[in-house]
Design a protein around this ligand. Structure first.
Ligand code: KG4
Ligand code: ZN
Length: 354
């Protein structure tokens, strides 16, 4: 079964051809274009700019993905050969959540291809896609996640705990009451005059600081809601506290504050993850989303889970599949395989996990 997947929810334009065998998803080919360079200039994603770039990038990205998958030359603009199309079993596309203009481009193109090629169309929730990045074949971590699993999705717009049942149904358990973890990192980075995306800049400075100052305990910032059993998060107070540190503590360097911010976010995510597994008792724990690319978070959460819950398998995708990509959308489609009449599909910018 081969699925052509399209992801266009924000500033990445990503297309992948994936296939599933024995419970794991293999990426046959995968191409991602991004308008990030334009957003670095404005310090954040401008929705209209992202949507226009989706229009420019999507056609060449699809053409390149197919030409790499089938190892043929397809100069852009040339119609894709019919015998290649016949090898695709279905088309998957991100329906939401995301930026409306960006989503519309992917959804309308996917609908059109499904209609003219006569393929089933599978709409995918972007957050569920992030979870299924853990089912992509990874030589560094060959085990497939066992279900039921508990998922922590941490991205630029979301911080959510979810339950994934043996039937692959995903259910919401708890989430942020205000800012998402990635949003908090991005906003704190702005306070420190660091470039967008702030999470990446903070991670780089924090690692440098930790390597040079192992003796310093990073504890100047609050760890919100960690004294309550709730699976909710609240990160907006951390941003306010960071702003105060920047204004009032001339003695702290930028890299020290970056390390403080990263550590506070990591401590909150790890502490809540331990609460979540205590109540849910899953067979595996999946850490996914852009913030899951953070080395400190990956290492700390893996070792804390191992120490407190050694029977729960920890999974996190290879870094390239943590941030937005189409392979994860194809991976989710391999497991749900619920198609929709293309005419009826509408982009859903506010789509939630229920
Ligand atoms: O999942 P994603 O690519 O897009 C959304 O769906 O939001 O996540 C983007 C978020 C941004 O907030 C970015 O700062 C953060 O992921 N991020 C990181 C790292 N790489 C990306 N945060 C911390 N450490 C990283 N290495
Ligand atoms: Zn995402």
């Amino acid at each position: 079964m081969k699925i052509l997947a399209i992801e266009s929810s924000c500033d990445e334009t990503s297309v992948a051809l994936v296939s599933k065998s024995s419970g794991q998803v293999e990426v046959v080919s995968h191409v991602t274009a991004t308008s990030l360079a334009q957003h670095i200039q404005t310090g954040g994603v401008v929705p209209e700019v992202a949507a226009r770039s989706q229009l420019d990038y999507l056609h060449p990205t699809i053409t390149q993905t197919l030409s790499e998958a089938f190892q043929v030359r397809l100069p852009s603009g040339q119609p894709v050969l019919e015998n290649l199309i016949s090898q695709i079993d279905a088309i998957a596309v991100t329906q939401g959540p995301g930026l409306v203009g960006s989503l519309l481009v992917g959804v309308e193109v996917a609908k059109t291809l499904a209609l003219i090629w006569g393929k089933p169309l599978i709409p995918i929730n972007h957050l569920e896609g992030h979870l299924y990045a853990c089912f992509i074949k990874d030589p560094a971590s060959p085990k497939t996640p066992k279900l039921p699993a508990l998922g922590l999705i941490v991205s630029g717009g979301h911080s959510e705990f979810v339950h994934i049942g043996e039937d692959h149904q995903v259910k919401f358990l708890g989430g942020t009451r205000d800012d998402a973890a990635g949003e908090c990192l991005d906003k704190c980075a702005r306070l420190l005059n660091l470039p967008y995306p702030g999470g990446v800049a903070i991670a780089r400075l924090a690692e440098e600081f930790r390597n040079n100052n192992r003796e310093i305990k990073l504890s100047t910032l609050p760890r919100p809601l960690t004294h309550e059993e709730t699976l909710d998060f609240s990160f907006s107070g951390l941003k306010v506290a960071t702003s105060r540190l920047v204004q009032e503590r001339d003695d702290l360097t930028t890299s020290r504050i970056a390390a403080e911010v990263e550590q506070a976010v990591v401590d909150v995510l790890v502490s809540k993850s331990l609460v979540s597994v205590k109540t849910q008792k899953p067979k595996s724990f999946l850490l996914v989303g852009g913030v899951a690319a953070n080395n400190n978070l990956r290492k700390t959460l893996k070792s804390s889970l191992k120490a407190h819950h050694p029977l729960i398998d920890f999974h996190t995708p290879a870094v390239e599949y943590c941030t937005d990509n189409a392979a994860m959308i194809g991976a989710r489609a391999c497991f749900i395989n619920q198609s929709i009449n293309p005419i009826e599909l509408k982009a859903d910018p506010g789509q939630k996990i229920k």
